[in-house]
Design a protein around this ligand. Structure first.
Ligand SMILES: Cc1ncc(COP(=O)(O)O)c(C=O)c1O
Length: 356
């Protein structure tokens, strides 16, 4: 509150002011990256990152089918085509095995999404990118603090993007960030973020840029959030451990979240999959829980099952199965153990009653 009040009192409320630089520096440190570039949200961060990578009309980019729609849409904003790749049943992120066959001569890059807070298999993806001459962007919107082989997401590819939307691990209401190590890329991203204005000559515009800037007020909230990011991450570990214990006896019907040996999962969402269930029966489970005052969410639809991307429908069997059988359980810092006991009980009851 104090930092936000200071913005207002000092009248530095727009996209200049000390908190933007301070938040960027703090976030760069947090991810182990050289640069961080604050944006208005995670979608504009992704679009900007793709512009920064030089993505053009007619190009192709490999994206996971199982992700939030913004990943694919950002590719379309550049006039390029997202090519959908199936996911790995363990990490739920893009499957390196499914990737190879989708690389064409038009393909310029890969967007690796760290879905639900579990990192993608970055060494495998980066290796394919290296041999095929592709760039890699991490979409880490859901994975602040997640680690791959002890290295933080955000530092594992050419650049990475984050979201600070209200339901994220740390939030500024709306907000986003790009992290990268390249000085040249960081300068380009800053140029495009601020209407393409020459940093040395006011109102002289070098390229057709965007207004994707973060405000000083939002950055003040972000900086304050960074002071408690450790607490936020620890709370989610506790929530996940409680669910693991409470649902241990239901694993004949439920697939609990799996964690690869090289991964540190931050559980943006604790997601379970009901074994052998159809999509409509899963929806009945969601409805049953809703009637008991428990809000759950089905897992994302594969992006290529939805109208804008139907030209590539099908061909992602793992994503389809996980989408139809998955439920995101309530996962937030303030969730009490008592509530979790109730959620686990109602979930098991719902599966018993609704899954036939
Ligand atoms: C994987 C992924 N990418 C991108 C975004 C877009 O972020 P924002 O909502 O901040 O625009 C989200 C948001 O949830 C997301 O989950």
């Amino acid at each position: 509150m104090a930092m936000v009040a200071e913005c207002i009192e000092s009248t530095w409320i727009s996209s200049a002011g000390k908190y933007i630089t301070a938040f960027e520096q703090r976030f760069a440190e947090f991810t182990g990256s050289k640069h961080a570039i604050a944006c208005s949200n995670g979608t504009t961060a992704l679009h900007l990152a793709l512009v920064g990578m030089g993505l053009k009309e007619g190009d192709e980019v490999l994206v996971p089918a199982l992700t939030y729609i913004a990943t694919a849409n950002a590719v379309r904003y550049c006039g390029a085509k997202p090519i959908f790749v199936d996911c790995d049943p363990l990490t739920l992120s893009m499957s390196p095995d499914s990737l190879e066959s989708k690389v064409s001569s038009k393909c310029k890059g890969i967007i690796a999404v760290h879905l639900f807070g579990h990192p993608a298999d970055m060494d495998a993806l980066n290796q394919i990118a290296l041999t095929r001459g592709l760039w890699v962007v991490e979409d880490a919107a859901q994975a602040h603090g997640s680690r791959y082989k002890e290295r933080s997401v955000g530092s594992l590819a050419d650049c990475a993007t984050f979201s600070f939307y209200g339901n994220k691990i740390i939030t500024t209401g709306e907000g986003g960030m790009i992290t990268c190590d390249s000085d040249e890329l960081a300068a380009r991203l800053r140029l495009y973020r601020g209407q393409g204005m020459d940093p040395c000559r006011r109102y002289w515009h070098l390229v057709v840029g965007f207004n994707y800037r973060m405000t000083n007020i939002v950055a003040a909230i972000g900086l304050a959030q960074m002071e408690r990011v450790g607490v936020a991450l620890e709370a989610r570990q506790k929530v996940a451990a409680n669910y693991n214990r409470l649902l241990e006896t239901a694993t004949d019907r439920l697939q609990l979240p799996q964690v690869a040996p090289w991964a540190h999962h931050v559980y943006w969402m604790y997601v379970v999959f009901i074994k052998g269930i159809s999509a409509d029966r899963r929806d009945a489970v969601v409805e049953y829980m809703d009637h008991h005052g428990i809000e759950t969410r089905p897992v994302f639809y594969p992006a290529n099952a939805m109208p804008p991307y139907l030209d590539q429908a099908g061909g992602v069997p793992v994503s389809t199965r996980l989408s139809e059988s998955g439920i995101c359980l309530p996962t937030h810092e303030k969730l009490s153990e008592e509530d979790q006991v109730w959620i686990a009980q109602i979930l098991c009851e719902a599966i018993e009653r609704c899954s036939q």
